[in-house]
Design a protein around this ligand. Sequence first.
Ligand SMILES: [Ca+2]
Ligand SMILES: [Ca+2]
Ligand SMILES: [Ca+2]
Length: 190
Amino acid sequence: MKKLLLLLCCAGAGYAAALGVGMIGAKGNGTSVSPSHAYLDPNGDSSTAWDVENGPANYDDINDETRPPTAPDTTQYANRVELYTAATGDDVYEMEAAPSGATTTSIVVYAYGYVWPGAAISVDLYIAGSWEGAVVLGYTDYVAAWKSATFSGSWSEAQVNAMQVKLSKTAGASTYTKVYELTAHITYTD
Ligand SMILES: [Ca+2]
Ligand SMILES: [Ca+2]
Ligand SMILES: [Ca+2]
């Protein structure tokens, strides 16, 4: 047992030393080893099924640039997209461009949403020629909140530029789903 603890201790010290050397090296040659982050917001409608409430266009109602964990405006007249009577339906959004030269390894889609009992909202990501797979966001009934779905890969600037985000009501005829804000948080290197 003592031998194992000693090994773990040495492995930890070696890892810390390697990190330190890496950071010094990065400063020396002027490149960054740390990933960067950016928010890409909806900037166009590819297709819509949700109703636009108090705004000029679906994408424009949910690109207010309020960042999680800050709650966006949800007063009666706040811009949002919603589905009520339809049991299901999709909105597909175009998104802002990736930073120049970015290789993106993580895309976290955040939606500030709200559901009535029996309703559900999912998000999916179209990138590099296919849909990643819908993720159901776990809202609590009647509680507006930020929920997110994480997609991981290695995507070029052009692939991220062409990505789309799908917002779906997947269940719940005559029940509400509402989304006030949607954004994609990307992690990238350049
Ligand atoms: Ca923006
Ligand atoms: Ca807007
Ligand atoms: Ca909004």
